[in-house]
Design a binder for this molecule. Sequence first.
Ligand code: 5GP
Ligand code: ZN
Length: 302
Amino acid sequence: MTDTETFLDGLFDAGVLIDTGVEGLYARSGRFEAIIEGIDAVVSAVGGGDGAEVLRFPPGMNRQVFEKTGYMKNFPQLAGTVHCFCGDDAGHAEIIAALDEGRDWAGQQALSEIALTPAACYPLYPLAARRGPLPEDGRLFDILSYCFRHEPSKEATRMQMFRMREFVRMGTPDDVMAFRERWIERGAGIVKTLGLEGAVDLANDPFFGRAGRILKNNQRQQNLKFEMLIPVESQEKPTACMSFNYHQDHFGTLWGLKTADGAVAHTACVGFGMERLALALLKVHGLSADRWPAPVRKVLGV
Ligand code: 5GP
Ligand code: ZN
């Protein structure tokens, strides 16, 4: 990498990620995927003994669930929805004409039943609530989804499509707070195992607009969100590579999720930004995994 080259340019030049012409949308090389698989295995090794139920989601979710979750109200700037053509021959002809003339053809597109998943755990809550009240000791899920957030950027760490692995705990306030505490400690252990340096800090989500400022403040004042920050793009602005979220009774109330004794369930989740962790490794240890420290290679299997 030359001095003027960005981290992303270096990743392209080394063939680790491959440019698609859209910022934040990249093809992954086999070398990159091997690192992702290694991180996935490390996370599984740490959390695997807890008896979590495994679910893997497609990158799209039920749009009605997406709407009810409030994403379109709170983060309209990040949301992505799937639109499809449901018209007739005249509509088809209009699309062809618009394409040939380089005009906007979106007028022939209608909102579909599917929205792009913005956070891996959003599709989970209604599925869990449908099963009825939680068992006595609550529930624990191990989930993964490709997520979408519309934030095109030249920073490798800000992708529009990326994978989020999560553990999600549902139960009493004590259950879910203990879960989050345990994962903050475990997260620090994972960072150390990977030969990285990170720090946990209080955070907030990028709620939109003026009304969003109040929501941001509430989230911070109530210590609802912590992030594991690791320097990747720069030392001054470290990157959130994990997040530890306490939702209080927000999703429990929204979806009618109850504990065994009929109280509204509380929930918490820990999220691992898979690409961001891989990029942190590539930044700190270099673009060739075969030259990484032996213990790090061993734990990742690369
Ligand atoms: P959160 O829901 O807390 O914003 O995101 C959970 C985790 O997903 C973050 O801690 C981070 O690791 C990852 N993440 C969030 N936004 C992005 C992004 O734009 N690109 C990538 N690659 N990962 C992200
Ligand atoms: Zn979550």
